[in-house]
Structure formats: structure tokens, C-alpha cells
Design a protein around this ligand. Sequence first.
Ligand code: SAM
Ligand code: SF4
Ligand code: SF4
Length: 370
Amino acid sequence: MPEKFTVLADRFSCHAVPIIPAAAGASAGAVSDTLARPLQDLRISLTDRCNFRCVYCMPKELFHQDYAFLPRGALLNFEEITRIARIFVACGVRKIRLTGGEPLLRKHLENLIEMLAQLKTPDGSDLDLALTTNGSLLARKAQSLRDAGLKRITVSLDSLDDATFRRVNGADFPVAQVLHGLDVAHAAGFGPIKLNMVVKRGMNDQEIVPMARHFKGTPFILRFIEYMDAGSSNDWKMEDVIPSSEVVRRVAAHMPLEAIEPNHPGETAERWRYLDGGGEIGVVSSVTQSFCRDCIRARLSTEGVLYTCLFATSGHDLRALMRSGKTDGEISAAVAHVWRERADRYSELRSTKTAPAATDRKIEMSYIGG
Ligand code: SAM
Ligand code: SF4
Ligand code: SF4
């Protein structure tokens, strides 16, 4: 079978329509899972498409020109996304991050931001509304996103060296355009803007110190992310992971650092401050130090499938509930039921070597949203 059909078959066979419990109807309210983790954070993937082909996420050998991306009608429309977001907010979600694929490829994104920015938590507060982007279209879009009500952005940036950047993004995209986008976003009022650098041994680890040096003392907060075994297409190997402890050692050898307290309990990034007052960096040790114990995050795929873990092999089809005429009360009861049953802790199990076998197909980052 040609590759594109194999991938599609995997993608469509891995989710089921969730059960609506008998007592559906009443507003769900805050909900916690089997490990007492509340549902507070939702990532929504707006598209499975991307104009980059990062070697660790959508390698171009697999995501080639014949690759079958989702058809337009499969995507949730803006009304559906806003409806689902409202339902999750009623279940306790306070923070929504828009992602993908590349979310800035989604047409009229500003209209969706405007709709989401109007949602309020049950205590009347604004949602913490954020977006993760590869930055390629930021110079063009930053001001309109800000005007529409977007609060925060995170930009992925894996190298300052143009040749390395072009190679890693797999699309020969120049780094200067992303750096220009950062300046435009800063001028538009976003800040502090976080920068995510995925570090992979032999791919860009020579860029750790130059990146730290470049962004030290600027309004941008650089975070080093351990290369993860997400998805099934990046041929992940443990030897390719540079542990955060080594990243901190390498930076501190040139620019001394001290550890500082997290901004809030359960923060995924560990924070380090330059001793000379030049700001801070973060490290996200997704592989070497699991943070499953504090994981309060759900993910919604581009086609409305709910995943309760980045490493899930199956999800729950909320689009089917919406498109079959279920009420908000019924859908929120189904979401609450899924979350109450949740027991995911893949990273913890990975470190004890009891994680699902490599033959279990995991969901791609570009589809589920990183
Ligand atoms: N396209 C946008 C971007 O790149 O920022 C948003 C989607 S991307 C899937 C979200 C984040 O996941 C990015 O910061 C990316 O670097 C990260 N990511 C993708 N694959 C990864 C992997 N195997 N390990 C660690 N991080 C990864
Ligand atoms: Fe695209 Fe982001 Fe994946 Fe890179 S990490 S291929 S920019 S979705
Ligand atoms: Fe959360 Fe799953 Fe990651 Fe653990 S492995 S932190 S449960 S997404």
C-alpha cells in the first residue's frame, strides 16, 4: 500500500466516540483524573499542515508532496472550535494554546482569536490565550493577532546559523525572516516572548551557547527542549537526546547561572537566571525528568479528537458528538467522563522502561499539536 494511505489509515482508525454518561445535562464543573490532576490546560491544533519540514517533526521523506493531509471538511470550523473551547472552560480549563502544524497557515485566524478572546472562566477572568508558531509568517501577522486579542506567543527557533536553520526546517527557510518576525512581534506588544529550541545531538547542539549568548539580556526568554520520542516518523533514539543538565552545564561554563523558583506549580520549564542579571533561560526535560505528576493538559487535534496525553495511541472523537447534534451539557459530561478515567503517565513509564512498545503507533506532533 502506498505510504500516504498507510499513514491515513493509522490516523483515522485510532479514536472512538466517547460515552455520554447517563447523568449528562448538568454543567460538569472542574474535573480531576485518577491521579488527582485537574483539567486546566488545552492545546488546540488548528491545522495538520506546515510550511516547514523540521527533521524531528515532519521529515520531508515522509511528509512529501503526495502526503494526504486532512481534507478541509474534516477540520473543525471556528464555531466548532469556540464551542469546544467554551465546554472545556466550563470543565476547568484556564489556558488555551493554539498550535498545529503551523497555526498561522489557518486562514482568517484573527477571527478565531477574536471569538476565543471573548470567553471567560467561571470566575469571570479572561482566558490565558497563547499560540505557538514557527515564526515564518509572524512579521506579516503579529499586529493583527495582537489586535484580535492574542495575549502570548511562543516561537520555535532551533538555530541562529542560517545554514543549520535551513537544514533543520527542511524548507530552506532563512533564519533572518524569523528574527525579523520576532522584532515585529515585540514591537506589536507581545512580551515576554518565549523561544523554544529543540536540541538534538549532532543536529544543532553546537548552537546552544551562541543562542544563549544572543538572547541574553533581551526581551526574549530562550527555552531548551529535550528532543522527544513524539510521533512515529522521526526515528528517535535516546543517544540523540542532550539532557537538560548538560545544556545548563554548557551555558553556565560561559555565562554563570543559578536555579530559580518556578512561576507557578507544575510549570514544565525549569528556570535558570544569569548571575550577572542578564535575564533567564528555561529547560524542558521532557525525556530525562518526567512531569506527568503535574500534567493538567488535554489536546484537541485538528479534526476534533481529544487526546489526554501527547503519547496517546488513541483519542476521543468530540467532532462526532458535535456533528450528531449533542448538546453542550452532553458533550461536557463526555469530556468530564474521559478526564475522570485518565491515568496517562507515559514519560514516567518510559523512564521505568514500561512505556508502550515502539510498535504502538503514536500520534504525530504536527497532528496533535506539540
Ligand atoms: N509549527 C509550530 C511550531 O513549530 O512552533 C507549532 C507546532 S510544533 C508541533 C510545536 C512545538 O513542538 C515546536 O516548538 C516544536 O519544536 C516542538 N516539537 C516538535 N517535534 C518535537 C520533538 N520530537 N521533540 C521535542 N519537541 C518537538
Ligand atoms: Fe512545522 Fe512546527 Fe513541526 Fe516544524 S515543529 S515541522 S514548524 S509543525
Ligand atoms: Fe502529560 Fe503524557 Fe507528557 Fe506525561 S507523557 S507529561 S501525561 S503528556
